[in-house]
Write a protein that binds this ligand. Structure first.
Ligand code: IMP
Length: 498
């Protein structure tokens, strides 16, 4: 990590300016070397990152990426804002231990809300009709319980009587929902491996609550007890003591419950304010925000509006129909080059996805692919700040032209929006987060010639192709931001600091 950028910094954060999957993991890995504390504050097992342990790759979800530095005494924290699923964390600790990495310096917030089996059931059950395309990790139903004051917390794992008392009370309202469910569908969901292959299924009440109490307050509690702490206090104290702290974001600002594209969101605020709060700090405590931005394309998994999507609605439907990486490799590997240069944007989108290996880490789903959208980026930067880190820029090498979205043209029925009347043909320069509007936004593009040079070994900004730098200047001018870091490949050394 370039020393100058971090010279006077003590608390830094990595957040995504888009719909997630922007390569935060690589930056977190780089920064974990520098940090004393690595803290997660948002999301839950819906996040996914790859960790390499003794040359083997694992897709982890809950454990902070800095766990690899546990043996160097670095403290990894799961903060109060994380939707905490004990089963997932225990599995991840087990995998690490089996591969020779003992976990000593992990802390779990006693205040983090607990994911329970019925959250997983409700999430999977309702997403069949609501079609948000969630990860099925129970995130939405848990946060709903949190705001309606019906959730349990990590601390309850330590107190079986309180756990049981609370659960018994909260279960009343759950029973009404459980009883209205189609039992066959519920049974199928409950027999999924994430739900212990039917362990929680009970023919009469659907969920067997005694089993939940037993598992959580005995097995889970025993395993996790040594890690449970008041992590907000620990992190605040670490800041006072001058320790270096890295806040590890999850998902992306356009998915945030407070700022994301309505309905098609996750349920925590994964922008900078939510991250800081979920880690036990305040936004003003953060000295520098790495605004991670995939360029010069972007992706989205799950449903929801995506104005610059290559292939538009056709691509959204195609990606929703359970295509996998294998399917695409079988069907298109021999046509990849041709498709990258195709005039058909749907085909070009598939080729970019394959070129960039854009498949979900948590679900394996195909990520939808679109051109970089500066209307959305400007909006995210108003929330997260002006400092950008561009990632995956090498993926578009060889393309004849690069399109960048600068405005939208509204194509829907006339409506009132924030005190103005939106008519068909109106120009939109500010990102409207309401999906019914965004679905009717046609992107307006600025076109740039591409570059053909291999940029993956370039170390200095000055050596990048002129056509590449023209796009960089354009983005900075348009957004008023500063592109401080450019990642030209997956390895640590493939990073340019300006
Ligand atoms: P949930 O967070 O599982 O409730 O899913 C809500 C929406 O957020 C869905 O569209 C998911 O695909 C999306 N989402 C959740 N986590 C991630 C992530 O880590 N990367 C990208 N999208 C995500």
């Amino acid at each position: 990590m370039k020393k100058e950028l971090l010279a006077d910094k003590q608390v830094v954060a990595v957040v995504c300016n888009q719909w997630g999957d922007t390569g935060k993991g690589k930056l977190v890995d780089l920064l974990s070397e520098w940090a004393d504390y690595i803290v997660r504050g948002t999301g839950g097992a819906n996040a996914g990152h790859t960790i390499v342990v003794n040359d083997k790759k694992f897709a982890f979800h809950l454990i902070p990426s800095g766990i690899l530095y546990d043996n160097l005494g670095k403290i990894n924290v799961i903060g109060r804002g994380v939707a905490f699923d004990p089963k997932i964390l225990i599995e991840e600790i087990y995998i690490l231990e089996k591969n020779g990495l003992q976990v000593h310096n992990l802390l779990i917030s006693h205040e983090a809300p607990l994911v329970l089996p019925y959250h997983l059931l409700f999430d999977r059950y309702s997403d069949r009709s609501e079609k948000v395309g969630t990860t099925g990790r129970g995130i939405g139903p848990l946060y709903s319980d949190y705001v309606s004051r019906n959730s349990l917390f990590v601390n309850d794992l330590l107190n079986p009587e309180i756990f049981k008392e609370k659960l018994t009370k909260y279960v009343e309202s759950k029973r009404i929902i459980l009883n209205s469910m189609n039992k066959e569908v519920a049974e199928k969901i409950l027999s999924h491996k994430h739900l212990l292959n039917g362990f929680f299924f009970n023919k009469d009440t659907i969920i067997d609550f005694d089993k939940v109490v037993d598992l959580y307050t005995k097995e889970y509690s025993e395993k996790l007890r040594p890690f449970i702490e008041n992590t907000s206090k620990v992190v605040k104290q670490a800041r006072k003591n001058g320790s270096k702290i890295l806040l590890e974001g999850a998902q992306g600002t356009l998915l945030s419950i407070d700022y994301g594209t309505t309905k098609y969101q996750t349920s925590s605020d994964c922008a900078i304010e939510g991250l800081a709060k979920g880690c036990g700090l305040k936004e003003k405590d953060v000295d520098y925000v790495f605004g991670i931005t995939k360029a010069f394309f972007m992706t989205r998994v799950g449903n929801g509006p995506f104005p610059t999507e290559l292939g538009g609605k056709k691509s959204e439907e195609y990606c929703d129909s359970s295509q996998t990486k294998n399917d695409e490799e079988t069907n298109y590997a021999n046509k990849l080059e041709e498709m990258l240069h195709s005039n058909d944007e749907f085909e070009k989108g598939i080729a970019i996805r394959m070129q960039g290996n854009e498949y979900g880490a948590t679900t394996g789903r195909t990520r939808r692919v679109g051109w970089l959208d500066l209307v959305a980026l400007k909006y995210a930067m108003q929330i997260n700040g002006p400092n950008l880190t561009l990632t995956k820029v090498d993926v578009l090498t060889g393309l004849d032209k690069i399109k960048i979205c600068t405005d939208y043209t509204y194509q829907g029925k006339e409506i009132d929006y924030a005190g103005r009347s939106l008519k068909t043909g109106s120009t939109i320069k500010e990102f409207p987060r309401f999906s019914e509007i965004l679905y009717n936004c046609e992107p307006v593009y600025e076109e740039f010639p591409g570059w053909t040079e291999d940029i993956t070994k370039i170390k200095n900004y000055g050596n990048l192709p002129e056509n590449f730098k023209k796009i960089i200047s354009f983005i900075e001018e348009y957004t008023g931001g500063s592109i401080d870091v450019i990642s030209v490949g997956p390895e640590r050394e493939q990073t340019i600091f300006r």
